[in-house]
Design a protein around this ligand. Structure first.
Ligand SMILES: [Cu+2]
Length: 716
C-alpha cells in the first residue's frame, strides 16, 4: 500500500540530486566541444551541399525509372513472394489528397520452410528523406495479420509470432496530429494485444493495448481495430505485443513521430535518419520460458541465447547441435551504409524483453545523444550507450573517421550481463550482436568503396559497463537538458512511496512486488471497464478520495490501483530492495525524473523541495524542477531509489510496470486510475466489449500462468 513520505529514511545528502543550472538554449554552454571545433560546420556544410545535389539526382532517377515517389520504399516485398491466393494489404496510407495502397502477403508455411521470406529489408528502417513534415493531418492505416511462423533470425529456427509473417514489424511513421489505424486479425495460436509504447493515447485509453488494464486480449480468430490520434509528442517509440511475454516472439516494431519543430529541437543537423533496433533473443518460445520463470524455486530469470540488431545476427550452428539451424539463409549480419562526411541520426531502441544493452561503434567514441524516449535533448557526448529495455536514444553520427582505411566499422550491441543476477550466458551463447557500418562515398571515385567489405576493427570503447544505471542519472556536466526546456510543477498534490522487490512467498514462488501487491491482470474484465461501470453506476467504492483505491473495488494484493480525480501532480518514490535494477515503464505519460541514487532515498530536502514535494524550499533554487529529464522508462538501480513527478492528466487506467519482462509478468506492476471525474462519462466501444466475449481459456492463451497452476488454489 502507498504510504506517505514521512516514512522516508535518513538525511544523507551524499546522493543528493544535482542539476546543471545552465539554460538549455545555449548549445555552446552545454556542449563546449562544438565551440572548440568550429571547422566541422564548414565540413558539414560542404557535404550537405553535395548530399543535396545527390538527393536531387536520385529523385530524378527514381521519378524516371520507378514511378511516383509514394510507391517506392515503405513496403517493397518482391513480387515473387506473393502467393496469388492470399494477398493481404498491409500498408494503406490515406490522406485527404490521395490513397496509396501497397500489398504483401501473409507468409505461407511452405515458403518459410524454404527461404527467408520473413526477413524485412534493411531499407525499411531507413527513413525516406522525401517525407512531408507539413502534410495535413493524415490517417495512416495498416492491416496486420498476426501469425506464427518458423524462422531463424540468427540461424536457429524457432516458432515466432509475427505481423504479416515479417520480422521485425514494419515501421509506423507519422507526423504529430496524424491518426493511426491498425486493423489486427489474429491468426496465431495465442491471444494477443498491441501496445503503443510511449504514446499518450489521451482520450483513447481503451486503445492502449494492455490486457487486463485497457482491453481483453484479441483471442485467436478474432480481429480488432486500433485507432488513435498522435498528439503532443514526437520522436522515437515502438509497439509490442503485451499478452504475456509475446514481445519476445517477434511482436515488435518501431514508431517514428515527426514534429513540425523537429529540425529546430534537434540541435545537431543530420542528413539521414534511421531506426536501429537492439534486442535480446531467445531460441525458445516465450510460453515455455514464462512457465519456467514463474515456477516454484525459480529465483533467476531465463537468460537470452543471444542478441539481434534490426532483427538479425549470425550464430555458429555448430554450437547448437540439438537445434535445427541454418545460418546461410535467414541469418545475416545487419549492415548500415552511411554516406561519408554526412551526419546520420540513428534512433536506437532497446526493443527486447529483458537485457540491458551497451551499444558502441568502433572508432567512434564520441556519440552525441540528442533524444531520450521521445524527448529532444541538447547533445551530450557519450562513448557508449547503455539502454534498458523499453528505452530509446538517438545519436547524430558524423561519418568523419578517415583513419580506418576501408571505412568499415563494427557496431556492437552487447548484453550488459551485470544487470542479471547471473553474470554469464550459457556457454554457447554470445552476448553480443554486431552490425557492419560502412561508409559510402557516392561523389568521390577516388574513395570508391567495396560494398561487401567486412570490418576488421577491434572493440575500442574500453571496459564494459557494470553498473546498471540510466544514462540520464549522470551528474554535471553530463546531464541531459530537454529541448525546449520544460519546468516540472513546483508542487506535488500527493507523494507515494513504494518498496520494490522480488520476493519468495508460499510454494517457493518468486514474484515481483510493489509494497504488498503483486500484480495479476484480469484478462476477462479489464480494470478500465470495471472502473467506468462502477463510476457510472454510482458505486461509492470507485468514487473514493485520491490515493490507493478502495479494496472493495480492486483487490489490493493483486491489483494495486492509485486513483485520482481531476488533474493532479503526483510524486512516485521507489525504493529498490532488490539487488538488480528495474526499468519502470509508465504507459501514457512522460515522467519528470527528479532524482535517483544508491542507498536510501535521501529525502526531499536534499534536492531543494519541501517535505512531500510541496514546493521549493528556497524560491531561488529550482534546479530540481527547472528542466528535468522526462522519459517513459526510468530505472531504479539495485538497492537504490528513484523519484519521478507525473502530471496525471490523462483519463484512464495506465499500467506502471517493470519492463524486464520476467519481472513485469511476475507481478512487478500497478495501475494508475486517472481523471475519474471524466471517466464516469465514458462509454467503452462495442468492439472493445466484444473482445471480452471470448472464453476465459481463449483469453488466457499466451498469458502468464496463474499461480494456481502450482498451488492448486483458485485464489489467483
Ligand atoms: Cu525488473
Amino acid at each position: 500500500m502507498a504510504e506517505q513520505s514521512q516514512r522516508l529514511l535518513g538525511d544523507n545528502n551524499d546522493n543528493a540530486y544535482t542539476s546543471d543550472d545552465k539554460e538549455y538554449g545555449d548549445l555552446e554552454e552545454v556542449h563546449p566541444r562544438s565551440r572548440r571545433e568550429p571547422w566541422w560546420r564548414t565540413y558539414l556544410f560542404f557535404f550537405a551541399v553535395l548530399a543535396s545535389l545527390l538527393s536531387l539526382l536520385m529523385l530524378v532517377k527514381i521519378g524516371f525509372f520507378d514511378g511516383p515517389a509514394t510507391k517506392s520504399t515503405q513496403a517493397a516485398p518482391s513480387e515473387e513472394h506473393v502467393p496469388e491466393t492470399t494477398p493481404v494489404p498491409v500498408a494503406v496510407t490515406t490522406t485527404a489528397a490521395e490513397v496509396v495502397t501497397t500489398t504483401t502477403a501473409a507468409a505461407s508455411h511452405e515458403e518459410i520452410e524454404t527461404e527467408a521470406s520473413f526477413r524485412r529489408p534493411e531499407s525499411d528502417y531507413v527513413l525516406d528523406p522525401r517525407w512531408d513534415y507539413n502534410a495535413p493531418p493524415t490517417v495512416r492505416e495498416y492491416n496486420w495479420v498476426v501469425q506464427n511462423i518458423e524462422a531463424n533470425p540468427d540461424g536457429v529456427f524457432r516458432t515466432m509470432t509475427t505481423i504479416n509473417g515479417k520480422f521485425p514489424g514494419e515501421l509506423i511513421r507519422c507526423n504529430e496530429g496524424d491518426t493511426i489505424v491498425v486493423n489486427v486479425e489474429n491468426r496465431a495460436v495465442n491471444a494477443t494485444a498491441l501496445h503503443w509504447h510511449g504514446l499518450f493515447q489521451n482520450g483513447t485509453n481503451h486503445m492502449d493495448g494492455t490486457p487486463g488494464a485497457t482491453q481483453c486480449p484479441i483471442a485467436p480468430g478474432r480481429s480488432f481495430r486500433y485507432e488513435f490520434t498522435v498528439q503532443g509528442q514526437s520522436g522515437t517509440y515502438f509497439y509490442h505485443g503485451h499478452q504475456g511475454a509475446e514481445a519476445l516472439d517477434g511482436m515488435i516494431g518501431p514508431i517514428v513521430i515527426h514534429s513540425r519543430d523537429e529540425k529546430k529541437n534537434q540541435l545537431l543537423p543530420y542528413d539521414t535518419d534511421r531506426v536501429v533496433l537492439v534486442q535480446d533473443w531467445y531460441h525458445d518460445h516465450s510460453g515455455g520460458l514464462l512457465k519456467e520463470a514463474l515456477a516454484p524455486g525459480s529465483e533467476s530469470s531465463p537468460l537470452p541465447n543471444g542478441a539481434l540488431i534490426n532483427g538479425a545476427n549470425v550464430v555458429n550452428c555448430d554450437a547448437y547441435p540439438d537445434r535445427r539451424c541454418d545460418n546461410t539463409t535467414g541469418a545475416r549480419l545487419p549492415a548500415l551504409d552511411l554516406e561519408s562526411g554526412a551526419s546520420h541520426r540513428l534512433r536506437f531502441i532497446n526493443i527486447g524483453g529483458f537485457a540491458w544493452f551497451e551499444v558502441s561503434l568502433d572508432r567512434h567514441l564520441s556519440l552525441p545523444v540528442t533524444e531520450i524516449d521521445g524527448i529532444d535533448v541538447a547533445p551530450v557526448l557519450e562513448k557508449t550507450l547503455l539502454i534498458a529495455p523499453g528505452q530509446r536514444y538517438s545519436v547524430v553520427l558524423t561519418a568523419n573517421e578517415t583513419s580506418t582505411p576501408d571505412r568499415a566499422f563494427w557496431l556492437r550491441a552487447r548484453i550488459t550481463t551485470h544487470c542479471f543476477a547471473e553474470y554469464t550466458l550459457a556457454g554457447q551463447d554470445n552476448p553480443q550482436a554486431a552490425a557492419i557500418v560502412r561508409y559510402t562515398d557516392s561523389t568521390n571515385s577516388r574513395l570508391k568503396i567495396d560494398k561487401n567489405r567486412i570490418p576488421t576493427t577491434n572493440g575500442d570503447s574500453g571496459a564494459y559497463i557494470v553498473v546498471c544505471q540510466d544514462m540520464n542519472t549522470r551528474k554535471a556536466p553530463n546531464t541531459y537538458q530537454p529541448v525546449p526546456a520544460l519546468r516540472a510543477p513546483e508542487h506535488a498534490d500527493h507523494s507515494y512511496f513504494f518498496r520494490l522487490n522480488l520476493e519468495i512467498h508460499g510454494y517457493r514462488l518468486q514474484r515481483g512486488y510493489l509494497n504488498e501487491s503483486s500484480y495479476r491482470p484480469n484478462l476477462l474484465s479489464p480494470a478500465l471497464y470495471r472502473a467506468i461501470d462502477g463510476l457510472k453506476s454510482g458505486n461509492a467504492s470507485f468514487n473514493t478520495p485520491d490515493g490507493v483505491a478502495s479494496a472493495a473495488a480492486f483487490d489490493r494484493s493483486t491489483e494495486l490501483v492509485i486513483a485520482h480525480k481531476e488533474i493532479k501532480v503526483i510524486d512516485l518514490i521507489f525504493q529498490n530492495f532488490d539487488e538488480g535494477s528495474h526499468p519502470l515503464h509508465l504507459h501514457g505519460h512522460q515522467m519528470f525524473v527528479l532524482g535517483s541514487g544508491h542507498g536510501y532515498f535521501p529525502g526531499y530536502e536534499s534536492f531543494g523541495l519541501k517535505p512531500d514535494g510541496r514546493g521549493l524550499l528556497d524560491p531561488h533554487n529550482d534546479s530540481a524542477i527547472a528542466n528535468p529529464v522526462r522519459r517513459d522508462v526510468v530505472s531504479v538501480e539495485g538497492f537504490g531509489w528513484t523519484i519521478v513527478r507525473v502530471v496525471v492528466d490523462n483519463p484512464g487506467v495506465w499500467k506502471f510496470h517493470c519492463h524486464m519482462i520476467w519481472h513485469g509478468d511476475g507481478g512487478m506492476g500497478m495501475l494508475l486510475l486517472s481523471r475519474t471525474d471524466d471517466l464516469k462519462d465514458w462509454t467503452i466501444p462495442e468492439a472493445n466489449r466484444a473482445l471480452c466475449e471470448a472464453s476465459a481459456s481463449e483469453l488466457e492463451l499466451g498469458a502468464a500462468p496463474k499461480d494456481s497452476l502450482w498451488t492448486h488454489a483458485n485464489d489467483r
